[in-house]
Design a protein around this ligand. Structure first.
Ligand code: SAM
Length: 684
């Protein structure tokens, strides 16, 4: 049996689970389902170099560039990725950054992946680094973004079917590693729709492609999609393989003239970065969202200045002493669940890395979530049904086990999120902004277009800039700026008060000593930090006041009394301290992340979209050039803002996005304008 060889005779394995693997010749993974090996058993690494690296004219192709993006079908063991990384790392003339975007329908477990790399001691260090970020067991469907080599390498993994994933993802791939099991073994993947999706996701300035096979289906398919195909000698004994070249597409028309030919929704078409070199960026807002954006842009060599109206950062919701780092999982895995699942993964990795470096205070003690009502029980049962094979993410907890896990008896069953826990948000904001220039006590009231860029004016008349780009992460105050004032109808305040509970006040209840993880019910209580538990939180809709209220403390204690009555009795009547802050939410509970729509021009360009005309009849979305928005996370800033920052920084710096197109549209700030026009709630 040879690697991905169309002529090889299939083995008579019984039908096997599609993602299952067995091992051949020691450490060579084999897929019984496809009847094929993952790489050449004699020398997979040499084959990768020959077929994919040399076949795409690497390292020459990336030399002298700021960014270079490789796309792949079939991540498998990640051998191709490690080979590309190794080649890039050894090249003194390498691009500043390497981005690798790959798709995988049946992701391997970490242990299997690392075992498959064992044959190449020269890759051991890179394999270890990949293993450190790879989830233990769980790789959920959707997009996973991993940051490696101190930010110089990004790995974006699309988990799902190659055709679906590449069709639903906007990219500008410079070269393709067209891998995957042999066409004869995996005909479902080698389809015209795949080749068309690869062409659409290629860099408009041109792209190259290489594949191990010379099968007719690949040759014809690539040609039909616009690739110019050549044959060359295949690896080792193989007769042929294919390389291909996708010529540059027509230069783009100016925004105003351009009809949007591909997607149906020109109103969500992203503007594209105007300059790929390092930029100067002003970030307005010094909470979690602003800090995360400043950090993500700084990581990409932008020169960032962060503006905060208060005398210090993290003064609103991110000033709370404890924030829960808990996954937001949904039974139906619909849009909101998909966004926050991806967000949790991203935040968790980031907090873990910073906590390991001693920069962020956090405890991954787990969160126990109780089934406090029949509806909640149904939801938690649904989660377990969907994710029963992901015990590292969520597991069912019968009441006795739940009590043991918490260290205190609880009155009902629940679920446990083992990777979750709590974070001290101010330490997170500090870590994110450690290298950022901050202009404190500066309330920006105007963004002014000038010939050399954007200038900012503060409400006391000072002027700053010019900047290439401005990111507004100003929570409710985002709507105080002229460019984004229309958002005042779409950003809503939700007041939240937390109650502090000194551990020594609970000494005789043994709760402080025994509590091992965060307990979540309708509210939550955290294990002690610095001698204090935090009990939360109220949800005061349309209330933007931050005074401390006895009634809110009483509400928090009442919620607790249904779960730990002895504890709440102990607290009632005591004078309690706490903190109140305002979160910013939106009507659909998704954040606003993306370019700032030019509201008036949206109304004039799309005034008749309620009549169901085709998207191609309209011009591309009109924006306030180089102005971006990042807000509206509600109580989920910790699991939303870091991913949001990664999205915006990738958009601004023309790097691969960490989200699929359907989610990018769902968080686009213009969705409320478009919905309003379609439903005739906004009239022009
Ligand atoms: N590039 C890989 C490496 O470096 O180890 C080897 C790839 S292996 C030959 C083929 C991979 O494609 C397998 O991991 C398989 O699960 C994946 N695959 C096959 N069909 C797919 C599909 N339709 N969509 C996504 N992935 C697919």
């Amino acid at each position: 049996m040879t690697a991905r060889d169309d002529d090889a005779i299939g083995e008579n394995d019984a039908p096997a689970k599609a993602g299952a693997i067995t091992w051949r010749d020691g450490d060579v993974p084999f897929s019984p389902h496809f009847g094929d090996v993952y790489y050449n058993p004699k020398d997979g690494l040499a084959e990768t170099h020959y077929v994919f690296v040399d076949g795409n004219n690497l390292p020459t192709a990336w030399q002298g560039k700021d960014n270079f993006t490789i796309g792949e079908t079939g991540f498998g063991t990640g051998l191709n990725f490690l080979a590309a990384w190794q080649c890039w790392a050894q090249d003194p003339d390498r691009s500043k950054r390497l981005h690798f975007v790959s798709v995988e329908k049946y992701p391997l477990s970490r242990d299997d992946m690392i075992r498959a790399h064992r044959s190449w001691p020269e890759l051991a260090d890179l394999s270890k680094q990949l293993g450190e970020v790879w989830p233990h067991e769980t790789m959920l469907p959707g997009i996973h973004r991993f940051i490696l080599a101190d930010g110089a390498i990004s790995l974006t993994l699309l988990i799902g079917d190659a055709i679906d994933c590449w069709s639903g993802y906007s990219a500008a791939i410079d070269c393709w590693f067209l891998d995957g099991f042999a066409p004869s073994r995996n005909p479902d993947m080698w389809q015209p729709s795949l080749f068309a999706a690869l062409a659409a996701a290629s860099n408009p300035a041109g792209a190259t492609l290489a594949t191990f096979t010379a099968a007719r289906i690949a040759r014809d398919g690539l040609e039909s999609a616009g690739f110019e195909v050549s044959k060359r000698k295949g690896f080792a004994y193989k007769r042929d393989m294919i390389t291909a070249n996708l010529p540059a597409r027509q230069p783009e028309l100016a925004d105003d003239e351009a009809r949007y030919e591909i997607a149906d929704d020109p109103w969500f078409h992203l503007p594209g970065a105007s300059k790929t070199k390092a930029k100067t960026v002003a970030v307005i807002g010094g909470g979690m969202a602003g800090a995360a954006c400043a950090n993500a842009l700084h990581q990409r060599d932008c020169k960032v200045v962060l503006f905060e109206q208060h005398r210090d950062l993290a003064q609103a919701a991110s000033g709370n002493p404890i924030g829960m780092l808990e996954p937001y999982l949904t039974v139906d895995h619909a849009i909101m669940g998909r966004f926050y699942e991806a967000g949790y993964r991203f935040s968790h990795r980031m907090v873990k890395r910073l906590a390991d470096q001693g920069k962020v205070e956090a405890d991954f003690c787990g969160v126990l979530d109780l089934a406090t009502s029949p509806r909640k029980r149904e939801r938690l049962d649904g989660l377990i049904a969907r994710l029963h094979d992901k015990p590292d993410l969520v597991r069912a907890m019968p009441r006795d086990e739940a009590s043991n896990m918490l260290g205190i008896p609880v009155p009902m069953d629940g679920v446990f999120y083992p990777s979750a826990g709590w974070v001290h948000p101010p330490s997170f904001v500090r870590a994110l902004t450690a290298d950022i220039e901050c202009q404190l006590a500066t309330c920006i009231s105007e963004i002014i277009d000038s010939p050399d860029g954007k200038r900012l004016r503060s409400n006391d008349g000072r002027e700053f800039g010019p900047f290439d780009t401005v990111v507004i992460a100003g929570a409710l105050e985002t709507a105080n700026l002229a460019q984004t004032s229309w958002l005042s109808d779409h950003l809503n305040p939700v007041r939240g008060q937390i109650t502090y509970c000194p551990a020594d006040a609970l000494a005789e209840t043994y709760v402080s000593a025994n509590m091992r993880c965060v307990l979540s019910y309708k509210g939550y209580i955290t294990p002690q930090r610095d001698g204090m538990h935090v009990i939360g939180a109220t949800f005061g809709r349309d209330d933007a006041k931050t005074d401390l209220r006895e009634s809110d403390h009483a509400f928090n204690i009442k919620q607790l009394s249904k779960i730990l009555p002895a504890l709440s009795e102990h607290l009632s009547g005591k004078t309690l301290d706490g903190r109140a802050a305002v979160r910013t939410t939106t009507a659909d509970h998704l954040p606003l992340i993306g370019p700032a729509p030019d509201f008036d021009r949206y109304l004039s360009c799309y005034h008749d979209i309620d009549k169901g005309k085709k998207g191609a009849r309209y011009i591309r979305a009109p924006y306030h050039k180089d102005v971006y928005i990042c807000t509206g996370f509600g109580a989920r800033g910790l699991i939303g803002a870091p991913l949001a920052a990664e999205i915006l920084a990738s958009e601004i710096c023309a790097m691969p996005l960490p989200l699929e197109k359907s989610l990018m549209d769902a968080i686009h700030p213009a969705r409320f304008v478009i919905r309003g026009l379609k439903r005739r709630q906004i009239t022009t």
